[in-house]
Design a protein around this ligand. Structure first.
Ligand code: HEC
Ligand code: HEC
Length: 125
């Protein structure tokens, strides 16, 4: 039985103890309080943001200044706010408090929605 048999587990334990405190959000720890909401409620923010990135096929930084989500300096964020209001307005025409029209309804995963098909439909359709 050589000394290595004791030494290696000690190195491993030492490395474990030297781990820096975890940076990942802990369960139960609240996300930072939003500072600049004009339309959404705080609990609506993250589901809404995920639907915008998917609806337009973009990343967060398409609308947000890197590192400052509260900032309105990116004009796409200002446009997006008008679009949120417009989409809600459209949905009021459907009678129920149900979200029928979404960003994706028009945008289909693209920044600029198409106003007409790329090519005319084949004759007879
Ligand atoms: C299409 C544009 C758009 C995209 C893409 C987008 N956001 Fe937003 N985001 C907004 C708008 C508009 C607001 C403000 C909503 C309001 O005024 O109620 C906002 C607000 C926020 C806020 C609140 C900031 C504060 O302090 O007021 C956070 C956090 C946020 N977004 C995170 C994200 C994350 C994370 C992503 C990517 C997953 C993302 N956003 C993608 C448009 C966007
Ligand atoms: C009824 C159709 C419709 C819906 C619904 C809609 N949009 Fe739009 N959106 C448009 C049109 C059309 C344009 C292009 C406007 C232009 O060219 O001036 C546009 C443009 C934009 C732009 C600017 C893109 C660029 O390249 O500059 C953003 C950002 C945007 N929409 C976000 C949203 C978000 C976020 C939602 C959902 C909350 C949404 N839109 C829902 C029709 C729609």
């Amino acid at each position: 039985m050589g000394p290595m048999r004791f030494f290696l587990p000690m190195v491993f334990l030492g490395a474990l103890c030297a781990q820096p405190p975890q940076e990942a959000p802990q369960p139960g720890r609240a996300a930072p309080e939003p500072k600049n909401l004009k339309i959404l409620k705080p609990e609506e923010v993250m589901p809404a943001m995920r639907s915008y990135t998917a609806g337009l096929g973009v990343r967060c930084e398409f609308c947000h200044v890197q590192g400052d989500r509260a900032s309105d300096a990116n004009p796409h964020k200002v446009t997006a706010r008008e679009m949120i209001a417009m989409t809600r307005q459209i949905n009021t025409h459907f009678g129920e408090a149900k979200e029928r029209v979404t960003c994706y309804t028009c945008h289909r995963g693209e920044q600029q929605p198409k106003a007409r098909p790329d090519s005319p439909a084949p004759a007879g359709q």
